[in-house]
Design a protein. Structure first.
Ligand SMILES: Cc1cc2nc3c(=O)[nH]c(=O)nc-3n(C[C@H](O)[C@H](O)[C@H](O)COP(=O)(O)OP(=O)(O)OC[C@H]3O[C@@H](n4cnc5c(N)ncnc54)[C@H](O)[C@@H]3O)c2cc1C
Ligand code: SF4
Ligand code: SF4
Ligand code: FES
Lengths: 552, 237
């Protein structure tokens, strides 16, 4: 183990959009940071984002304004998202896109003005895009911007570093005084003092091979945070994207922009194409929010008069669209399916795409532990029961900014190197002894996944959730599990408990036994693990912080 | 589908490398090399063709599994490629596929190499924006194309003139630079033009071997001529 040092730096874990945005914002405040990630930023899930980023730029003559963006976001999230937080997000959105433009992001433009496209759940054109690789193009610009500060010593990149554990002090009120990281090249462990911003992305690895995301967002870090007492929230809200295709080892996204540009969903019914979304939702049609579209796809496939396969019909898209706005998508479909979307309908299926839940944060992106913050897809802010396409890149960039501003404002209150002192007192050797070089075994990871899949599906019920609850409890009894494996089981239990608790249907959470919305549940679920002799899970509702149920 | 996967292994940078062959079978028609490696890593007790138990995991980098992140670059049957883009069916006829780490970078373990030189070189190139780099519409295609580089390093693997630590930085440094040459206002280009001439233009033999292996299909040819135009001949079309 190396020396304890670097107390002056803020520790950011994760170098996707949220982590980069936090590091850049701190650097703008002249505050140095350590930017840790399992792999360099170029490999983060953020580079996969395709369709675009939302902001009421109002360049399309539709009289758009942040207020409408806010309303659409809250409505799509079925009023679970914090209205004030969403206000901040949507008001800063146009400036964020302008800042990206200044950094050289090659957005599609016309007459030097940024073009916007339609995206699901939004009544106006509000999504800025760089063809169909928006995430990659934005990441390239932000990585270069971070490099500028790196050259000035304000950002220190630590790629190939894995989060091992938080260093916590304090008894009843915990304080985060640093973080223990493992260099995956040398396997050495090293402690870093100072406040911590978590930007670890979504928990895709809870569902290996079944999501549109990356393998490096393994879910381990979130499970570890939960085990260390970090409160999670909104865990039952998992977004199934309506249009994905199966490729080797994962689900591959067919961007919502395909429908934004005119793509239509149909199923065969009595020998004819039935464009069910257009019939059922005459206003937004194929561009209803993702939860609605995925659920409708589930229902039509249950209908005995309909075929089992839903198709995405892109044959009506203009040549110009393929050339200028969705070139990468066509190449991808040709490559993976040997289908040309110009002439062939594309067989699609809903797939797990985004986690609205995660680390529970307040409007300033503080967690329940002092000096620990979270931003980006790993936290539960902004999206409520369902995220709008184009809002997550925005949420990650904005959230990173807000977390960094909160840290910057808190620096004066870090009186007399308090954290450094706590860090020096923390028993690193004990921490390290508790660490296990083992990774969770792939078999256990898959077992947990297979228990969760039927329970956390598009359509849920008490019965399927109960069955998962029992299986997880049994799995936890198995002999020879090591800590990392147990932590993953706790996280899975918290997801199931959150879904059981919400006895209503709202957004991405649909219960066939409680198909209606019930506003006594109009708040985020929260899950916390308090370790004593017993493991305790509390599910509470954020609004009014009623403690509604406890499970052991 | 059944084939032999022959892997160049090395437990750490301090130990000798050795080859290990594993017979791999899959029903999945579109399975890739990345998929095979992941499957093997999930198979407790798997043995090699000599009947010896394979020490797991076989370490390799991967992330997106859809050829968009550059993590899984390795040498596959002698050619630098992305493991998630190399379909096993390509190799079935031969009955074998050979996997080695990229050779231009220090090996960390098995198929993982340390590519930090890529990022160090970009720091020297000063690929960043100091003022404003709003992309002029007429250069939008170049800026977009040049933003797509994965930093995978495949181009450097085949480049006769690149070696880690040398003064010629190759295509992986050139492409990100081209993004800035196409967007920065002329008066802000001085520093980057000088670096470009020193670390790209001066050492490149223009054989374009790099273009042919680029897994992102970046139009290196076109970017080179437009960047040379801007940085060397000062054309601002
Ligand atoms: C295919 C696809 C398409 C998408 N399209 C869009 C779109 O069009 N518009 C939109 O708004 N959103 C889109 N999204 C969602 C959006 O891309 C993500 O929500 C967002 O980019 C998340 O950014 P992030 O910074 O929070 O996390 P990520 O980019 O996932 O970064 C996570 C970081 O944490 C690091 N990390 C993880 N675990 C550890 C650990 N244990 N130790 C150390 N580091 C760790 C990783 O290495 C990585 O650097 C899409 C997502 C996908 C998968
Ligand atoms: S053109 Fe030839 S010398 Fe120049 S970067 Fe490419 S491979 Fe190297
Ligand atoms: S230019 Fe192509 S081959 Fe070279 S690093 Fe970039 S993506 Fe990889
Ligand atoms: S895993 Fe991302 S390119 Fe292969």
């Amino acid at each position: 183990m190396e020396n304890k040092n670097n107390v002056q730096n803020i520790n950011i874990i994760g170098a996707g959009l949220a982590g980069l945005s936090a590091a850049i914002t701190l650097a703008e405040h002249n505050i140095p940071s350590n930017l840790f990630s399992l792999q360099p930023s170029e490999r983060a899930q953020s580079v996969l984002a395709e369709g675009g980023i939302n902001g009421a730029l109002n360049t399309m003559g539709e009289e758009d304004a942040p207020q409408y963006h806010r309303e659409d976001t809250l409505r799509a999230g079925v009023y679970l998202a914090d209205e004030e937080a969403v206000r901040g997000l949507t008001e800063e959105a146009p400036q964020i896109i302008r800042d990206l433009e200044r950094l050289g992001v090659a957005f599609n433009t016309q007459n030097n003005e940024i073009l916007l496209r339609n995206f699901g759940g939004q009544k106006k054109k509000r999504t800025a895009y760089a063809r169909s690789s928006t995430g990659k193009i934005i990441m390239t610009a932000l990585i270069d911007e971070a490099r500028r500060y790196e050259a000035r010593g304000l950002i220190t990149r630590y790629p190939h570093h894995e989060l091992v554990s938080l260093l916590l002090a304090g008894e009843s009120e915990k304080i985060c005084c640093g973080v223990l990281m493992r260099n995956t090249y040398t396997t050495r462990l090293r402690g870093f003092a100072g406040p911590v911003i978590l930007a670890i992305g979504g928990m895709n690895g809870v569902f290996p091979e079944l999501t549109t995301g990356t393998t490096s967002n393994s879910g381990d870090a979130l499970a570890q945070m939960f085990a260390q007492g970090v409160r999670l929230g909104n865990l039952e809200m998992i977004q199934y994207h309506p249009t994905t295709i199966g490729i080797s080892g994962k689900r591959c996204l067919v961007t919502e922009a395909a429908r934004g540009e005119g793509g239509r969903l149909y199923v065969m019914r009595n020998g004819e194409r039935w464009y069910f979304m257009e019939e059922k939702y005459p206003e937004l049609k194929n561009l209803m929010p993702r939860d609605v579209v995925s659920r409708e796809m589930y229902f039509v496939r249950q209908d005995p008069a309909c075929g089992d396969q839903v198709y995405l019909d892109l044959t009506g898209l203009a040549e110009e669209v393929w050339r200028k706005r969705l070139p990468d998508l066509r190449a991808e479909l040709l490559h993976y399916l040997s289908l040309d979307p110009k002439t062939d309908p594309i067989p699609v299926e809903p797939g797990i795409h985004y986690f609205m839940g995660g680390i529970d944060v307040d409007r300033e992106h503080r967690t329940n532990i002092a000096h620990l913050y979270a931003a980006g897809e790993c936290c539960d802010q902004y999206h409520g029961a369902n995220r709008l396409g184009g809002n997550s890149m925005l949420g990650a960039i904005y959230g990173g900014r807000v977390a960094a501003r909160t840290v910057a404002a808190s620096i004066p209150e870090l009186a007399g190197d308090q954290l450094q002192e706590l860090f020096c007192n923390a028993d690193l050797h004990e921490e390290i002894r508790n660490q296990y070089a083992q990774e969770a075994s792939p078999q256990i990871i898959l077992e947990i996944r297979d228990i969760l899949v039927p329970a956390m599906a598009i359509v849920r019920s008490e019965q399927s959730l109960k069955s998962a609850e029992e299986k997880l409890a049994r799995l936890l009894e198995r002999e020879g599990l090591h800590e990392r494996e147990k932590h993953r089981i706790y996280l899975a239990q918290a997801m199931v408990a959150s879904a059981m608790f919400r006895r209503e249907s709202r957004g991405a959470h649909y219960r066939e036994d409680y198909p209606q919305r019930d506003d006594q549940f109009c708040g985020l679920t929260q899950a916390e693990l308090t370790q004593g002799t017993d493991i305790h899970m509390q599910i509470t509702c954020r609004s009014g912080s009623r403690q509604i149920r406890e499970t052991s | 589908m059944k084939l032999e996967i022959k892997i160049c292994r090395r437990k750490s940078m301090f130990l000798q490398e050795y080859w290990q062959s594993i017979l791999f079978e899959t029903e999945e028609e579109n399975a890739t090399v990345a998929h095979a490696l992941r499957q093997i890593n999930q198979t407790k007790g798997i043995v090699d063709t000599d009947g010896k138990e394979v020490e797991l995991p076989i370490r390799f980098d991967c992330s997106c599994l859809q050829k968009k992140c550059g993590a899984c670059a390795m040498v596959i049957n002698g050619r630098p490629r992305l493991a998630c883009d190399a379909a096993l069916k390509e190799f079935v006829k031969k009955g074998q596929v050979r996997l080695e780490p990229l050779r231009k970078f220090p090996v960390v373990a098995d198929l993982i190499v340390d590519r930090s030189i890529l990022f160090e070189n970009l720091k020297i190139m000063q690929t960043w924006v100091s003022g404003s780099a709003k992309v002029p519409e007429k250069h939008s295609d170049e800026a977009y194309e040049a933003s797509r580089c994965l930093q995978c390093g495949c181009c450097l693997e085949v480049c006769p003139n690149f070696y880690a630590g040398g003064s010629f930085f190759g295509t992986a440094a050139f492409v990100p630079t081209a993004r800035l040459l196409s967007s920065l206002p002329v008066e802000e280009q001085q520093a980057i033009r000088a670096q470009y001439k020193a670390h790209v233009y001066a050492g490149c033999g223009k054989s374009l071997a790099c273009r042919d292996v680029c897994p992102a299909g970046i139009d290196v040819d076109h970017l080179l001529s437009s960047s040379n135009g801007i940085a060397v001949w000062r054309h601002h079309g």
